[in-house]
Design a protein around this ligand. Sequence first.
Ligand SMILES: C[S@@+](CC[C@H](N)C(=O)[O-])C[C@H]1O[C@@H](n2cnc3c(N)ncnc32)[C@H](O)[C@@H]1O
Length: 307
Amino acid sequence: MKWIKVRVDYFSDNLEEAKAKLVNMFNEIGINQVEVIDYFLENELDYNANFSNKNDVWSIIGYIVDNRFANTKLNIIFNNLKEFMENENEFMHEIFTAKCNDEDWQDEWKKYFHTVNITDNIVIKPSWDKYEPSDNEIVVEIDPGLAFGTGTHETTSLCVEFLEKYAQNKKKLLDIGCGSGILMLIGKKLGVEKVVGIDIDEKVNDVVLENFSKNGINDNFQVIIGNLVDDVSEKYDLVVSNILVDVLEKLLEDIEKILEKGATVIFSGILNEKEEAFVKKAKNYNLKQIDRREKNNWVSLVFKYEN
Ligand SMILES: C[S@@+](CC[C@H](N)C(=O)[O-])C[C@H]1O[C@@H](n2cnc3c(N)ncnc32)[C@H](O)[C@@H]1O
């Protein structure tokens, strides 16, 4: 497959906020996996930007499939960047594009994804890294392929923290928007009996199967390709969903049909300015907020189903 590599180098007075906006911008055109580099790769591509202090420049890289939709997606990126420039005086950027193929994409990705300790006890490891775990550590081996979910994104790591806190004694986990299957795997390794993942993206099926096989788990899991909970008939005592807030709000409208009484529901992917409206809407569906964490403007919320 052919790809267009899009690299945005940026500088802003508020780098964290700018990073969240740019990640969101890529996510909204379906690019779920981006690399954020907090140093400047001067030699990677021709570069002649006018930033005063190159050390402050960050880069964000995403890959667009080079098909007939590519130009539309690029135009959305250009327009968004123009808007950020107009609305925020201090936001400066340069954008670079380059054509590449599958192998380049996969090799590039390997440069940025290494073993990470998401919590004191949970470690995520790509297959190409070596790691000796200590006694209590749970190691999850993940190769994301083209699906989202390496654990390094704030929205995922917040889910991991909450799974560690709330998965004890749970029987069935549903991960809505499962991507690489990372949260399903962690749920399983934390002792949940059965885990089910749903994703609208068909390529997720193979990625999840491969990741479960790499971790030596062969039963009590299932992947459903579909939209939100449209194709789910069972009820769950633990649900996690890390998707953009507009999609989560749609999910709320149907969520009660898949919740057991007293179920724990973890939502992630909520930018903090959207949190209040989301919590208000969740109340209409008998969800009572019991926990909250935030990293770099991304909020994760935990609810108890009270009906
Ligand atoms: C941010 S990723 C989360 C992946 C993984 N669960 C994690 O936390 O790292 C969101 C995932 O939701 C999927 N998704 C987006 N809209 C969806 C929908 N309407 N129904 C099901 N899955 C959806 C995307 O394809 C993507 O894999």
